[in-house]
Every structure is written in structure tokens, then in C-alpha cells.
Write a protein that binds this ligand. Structure first.
Ligand SMILES: [Zn+2]
Length: 332
């Protein structure tokens, strides 16, 4: 049993309070590999931003739960080595699907967990979230729960269609579960294929997806003033990365994401955590494909993972500075 405080991590409570009040959002970047972790830490340190490093159940199986705990501890030490005296790094479980998984992560040093009972009937979602909150709060670990269903595919999480969050449910849900933040469904979606071309409108040769349901977001904000709201599935799927992948032998068809202007607008509201996973995958794959195509003789992983890490870092910095606005927002 290890407490996250011994690893130098923080929970989300204070950073969310500041983010809601300040009209910006904290980046939540998924990671599975050392290069992603390094890129996230370098970007957060350079921009002086708090950051949430999050791990899905699939990532935990991929990287190994024990190694992840040391990677998180290493991330804090690395941030300090890079010159950040008081880094604010959260280790968060993305889409926990059972009480046992959440408990296991809390016992292994996570400072925040998500319990996703959004696919369950309402009362079961309440009961499950409440049980996780009761355990987590004993160790000052913060809990994200979800109401409403996002479409798309992300590791084990998938749903064919989305169901928007019902604003009339949020007060009851937040009060009875005691959760610290709430993921809502207002039109974002998991994965790199968030929308079909048929769902989009063609504007100047670019497919533009339907806008996020800001009316629902504003209604939720009115019901729960100042309560931290989370957006999942918020990669923008940059066309230059998709084009690079396809130019160098890839085959990504009709990949469509959430326009960054929409996320920038959402960041100014009670939305204080925005999840970005696919964009990092695309940045990494694009750089690796390009490097290997241009240097067919290379076989040292460092030769192609270094540009991959650089490209991810560039993307993370862009999100922090130009989309979420969390740069310069460390407490000290
Ligand atoms: Zn998600």
C-alpha cells in the first residue's frame, strides 16, 4: 500500500478549484510509454502547467501496474530535475470499470480515479460511484464519475451512440455520490473517428463535425455552480498528422475530431479537465512513419522514438498554451 503523497503527486481538488475560477482547463493526457511520459512532463514544466497523467485499464495492463507507479514517481522527480520546484502532477485512472480496480489503483499510489458507471442504470451508477468515493476519500484521493454516454471506441470502452447528459439529474447525482468532478456527454466522442462524414458539413473543403451541445453544458453549470466538469474524447485529430501518416504508408480514413475552438470555448466554462489521447497517438505514429520512410536503414528505436517524443511534446505544449490555457497556472 502506497499513498500518492509519498510519491510527490497531488489530487485534483485545488487545481480544479483554480481552473473553474480562472476560466481554463487542466490537460489530461493518457500515457502508456516512457516517451509519452517524458513528453508530458517536459511540456508541463516548460509551460508551468499543472497536468493530469492518466492511465486506462488497457494501459495498465500494457505497461504493468507496478512499473506505472514508479513511472509516476519518476515523472515528479524528472519535473524537479527540469527545474520545476513544485510540480503539480496527478496520476489518474481513466474509465475505472469496477470498485476493485479503483481500490487497487488507490492502493498503488493513484491520486485520482474515475469510476465509469455511465452504462449502468441510474441508481446502480449512483451506488457504485458512492462506494468508490467513500473508499477514495479516506486517502484524500479525488473521484471523477460520469453521467451520460459518449459514442466511440477507446481501449475497452465503446458505445455505438451517445446519450447526452440530462441536466435534471446532475444535482441528485453529485450530492448523493459525493464525487469531486463529473464527466458529461455533450457531443465529444472517443477515438480518432469521432464522426462519420455524413454527420459533418463540408466547409471550405474541410469536414466540420456538429457543434458541442453548449446549451446542455450551460444548464449543468447553472444547476451545479462552480462544480468541476470533465470532457472526455476531446482530441482534435489534426489533419497534418493524419496526412503525414497516410503519406508514409498509413491508411487512416475519415478521421475527424473536435475543433479546437470548441474546446477553447468549453475551457472558459466549468469544464476544468479535458481528456486528450488520440492526438498523442497520431503525433507519435506520424513521426515514426515519417522517420522510418526517410531513413529505411535505421533500426535503433532511439532514432525514431526521439522525433516521436519531440512531436508529442510540441502537440502537448500547443494544447496547453493555445487550447486549454493552463500555462503559467502552477500554484507557486
Ligand atoms: Zn473517456
Amino acid at each position: 500500500m502506497v499513498n500518492y503523497k509519498d510519491l510527490g503527486l497531488v489530487n485534483t481538488r485545488e487545481m480544479f478549484k483554480r481552473a473553474v475560477a480562472g476560466g481554463y482547463a487542466i490537460p489530461a493526457f493518457n500515457f502508456n510509454t516512457m516517451e509519452q511520459m517524458q513528453a508530458i512532463v517536459m511540456a508541463a514544466v516548460e509551460t508551468k502547467s499543472p497536468v493530469i497523467m492518466q492511465v486506462s485499464k488497457g494501459a495498465r495492463n500494457y505497461a504493468n501496474a507496478t512499473i506505472l507507479r514508479y513511472m509516476a514517481e519518476g515523472a515528479v522527480a524528472y519535473a524537479k530535475e527540469l527545474g520545476c520546484a513544485h510540480p503539480e502532477i496527478v496520476l489518474h485512472l481513466d474509465h475505472g470499470d469496477s470498485f476493485e480496480l479503483c481500490k487497487d489503483c488507490i492502493d498503488m499510489g493513484f491520486s485520482s480515479v474515475m469510476i465509469d458507471g455511465s452504462h449502468l442504470p441510474y441508481e446502480e451508477n449512483v451506488a457504485l460511484a458512492k462506494k468508490v468515493v467513500e473508499y477514495a476519500h479516506q486517502f484524500d484521493v479525488t473521484v471523477e464519475a460520469e453521467l451520460g454516454v459518449l459514442a466511440g471506441v477507446e481501449d475497452e470502452v465503446s458505445a455505438a451512440e451517445s446519450h447526452y447528459t440530462k441536466p435534471e439529474e446532475v444535482i441528485d447525482f453529485a450530492t448523493r455520490t459525493g464525487c469531486d468532478s463529473l464527466a458529461i456527454s455533450i457531443g465529444t466522442s472517443h477515438g480518432a473517428h469521432k464522426f462519420t462524414p455524413e454527420q459533418c458539413t463540408l466547409v471550405n473543403g474541410v469536414l466540420v463535425p456538429p457543434p458541442l451541445a453548449f446549451d446542455i453544458l450551460h444548464e449543468i453549470e447553472k444547476k451545479l455552480p462552480g462544480f468541476p466538469i470533465v470532457l472526455h474524447g476531446s482530441s482534435s485529430v489534426p489533419m497534418d498528422e493524419v496526412n503525414t501518416i497516410n503519406q508514409y504508408g498509413g491508411k487512416l480514413e475519415a478521421a475527424i475530431g473536435i475543433p479546437e475552438e470548441q474546446l477553447r470555448e468549453a475551457s472558459k466554462s466549468a469544464v476544468c479537465k479535458i481528456n486528450i489521447d488520440s492526438d498523442s497517438r497520431l503525433a507519435m505514429t506520424a513521426a515514426i512513419r515519417k522517420h522510418l520512410a526517410e531513413h529505411p536503414g535505421d533500426f535503433d528505436p532511439r532514432q525514431y522514438l526521439k522525433p516521436a517524443r519531440e512531436n508529442m511534446k510540441k502537440m502537448y505544449i500547443h494544447k496547453i498554451v493555445n487550447v486549454l490555457g493552463s500555462d503559467g497556472k502552477l500554484a507557486e
